[in-house]
Design a protein around this ligand. Sequence first.
Ligand SMILES: *Cc1c(COP(=O)(O)O)cnc(C)c1O
Length: 397
Amino acid sequence: MESMKEYIEEAEKDLLHTYNRYQVVLDKGDGVYLYDIEGKKYLDFCSGIAVFALGYNNQKYNDALKAQIDKLIHTSNYYYNVPAIEAAKKMKRVSGMDRVFFTNSGAEAVEGAIKAARKYAYLKDGCTDHEIIAMEHSFHGRTMGALSVTGNPKYREAFQPMIGNIRFAKMNDFESVLENVTDKTCAILFETVQGEGGIYPAEESFMKQVKALCEERDILLILDEIQCGVGRTGYMYAWQKYGIKPDIMTSAKALGCGVPVGAFLMTEKVAANSLTSGDHGTTYGGNPLAASAINIVLDLFEENHIIDNVKEVGAYLAEKLDTLVAEYDCIETRRGIGLMQGLVFNKPVGDIITKALEKGLILINAGTDIIRFVPPLIITKANVDEMIVILRDCLEE
Ligand SMILES: *Cc1c(COP(=O)(O)O)cnc(C)c1O
């Protein structure tokens, strides 16, 4: 077997240089731990960027996928398949939305949501110059449409022109949303909890004001739940905490727990007045294997009371992080809900994250100054304690 160093050298020769990867080659996982190819063990507070909610090597999850592989992996959407029919029903139940379209990724779910909103507006007035309001510091993915609504100029700059008629408002600043509303506005889009942009939860008053504005002007509220959804905040979808409901929402990341899946969902009102036969499609989306992943994930969420665990351990994690805020001058504050937390530093956190990795703890950043905590949703309080010990060690150095 080659060493990690040799594999990394090969990777750097062959893979496109779009990532600055940590110098680790991961090999296998078990529960909340990952192992590299040299056998070193890591406590994982990243879960593949908020994906592997159920922890690694979950036997029931693995068995369900294996059974589906032996039966049928792909059919195309020219035909029906039972796993997709079941997954749609389950997603409707946990989200309270009415119609589902399955995609392969988060960005594709955002693309679909944008198309649905534009078509909805088009059917109302026949115009093709509708506008979408997105938020500064948002992240919605790397495809051209999703990039166009991503509020980070650095990601967009070299790839201009973006899709047109996007305006950026400030998250949690209703006045700035109002300033950007015109009679062309067809949708207001934001993450219920901003992830990549620095773990900024929507404030309840902001959410309610935007929702009221949307209802008043027949503007569609699109909530991106790709990172904060599927239990991470202690609610199946984070917006459920706010007593409102979006017209369209997106989901991905933890939805398949590692099998690449996504979805956009909408209310019946939007479904009946937007995308119709021939308007949108996908070769893979909702294929039997992908849908079987969604099915087993949603089943195991119920069976293992994942949401209850997030509420309990999330509160504990927040409490422990708050003690670090009080103790260390370099930490300014903590933000987050449930098991989606950020520690805001007054300096770049890259060195701390690298040090943590050396000590067997996987952490990630959100922006340069924020450490993001998005562990598997099965973590225990003991895992939190274990993480805090290592993090404290890194902070002391
Ligand atoms: C990760 C992410 C996306 C993009 O998902 P991909 O599966 O990487 O395309 C979109 N929106 C949010 C909020 C995300 O966190």
